[in-house]
Design a protein around this ligand. Sequence first.
Ligand SMILES: [Zn+2]
Length: 185
Amino acid sequence: MSAEGEKQPELRVGPDPNVVYPVKVQYCGNCSLPIEYCEYYPDYPKCKEWLEKNLPSEFEKVKLVDDTTTEAGSTEDEKKRQKRGGKGMLKTKKKEEVQKLITVSRAPRGKKKSVTVVQGLSTFDIDLKVAAKFFGSRFACGSSVTGEDEIVIQGDVKDDLFDVIPEKWPQIDEDLIDDLGDQKR
Ligand SMILES: [Zn+2]
C-alpha cells in the first residue's frame, strides 16, 4: 500500500482531466486563422464558404450567430413592427391611451332618415355583436357592427341611448356617453 498514491488526487496539478488535450484548434482553409478569428478577416464571406464546405458543423454555429445580427434580420423585425402597429393603431390609437368613453351621433341616411352611430362600447369590454343584437331588439330596427368599435343602429335613437345604455350596462354612467350630435357621413 502506498500512502503517496492515495494522496495523489488531491495534489494533482496540471491537466484538467475533463479536458481532452491537446485542445483542438480548427484553422480556416481560407484565411488560415483559427476559425473563431475568421469574422475579423476582411474576406469573411469566403471564410464562411470554406467553412460551409469543410466544417459544416462549425458553419452552422457561425451562421446562427450571424443571422441574429445581420441587417436583413433587423429590417425583418422592422417590417413586423410596422405591420403590428399599422391600420388598427390609426383607428383606435394606442389601447392604453384610449379613454373609456362612448360616443353617440346621428348620421344621415338617405334624404329623410338617420342612423345612430355608437362608438366606444368595447372600451368597456362589451361584446359588440351582443350589443348590436340588443339594440336591434330594443329599438325594433336593424343594428349591426360596422367597425372595430362601431355599431350603427338603423333609426334615430340617439337620445334614447342615454337611458338605454346605462340601464343595460350599469358600469356605464350616463356621463361617460358623449353626444357628438349630427355627423356628415
Ligand atoms: Zn477564415
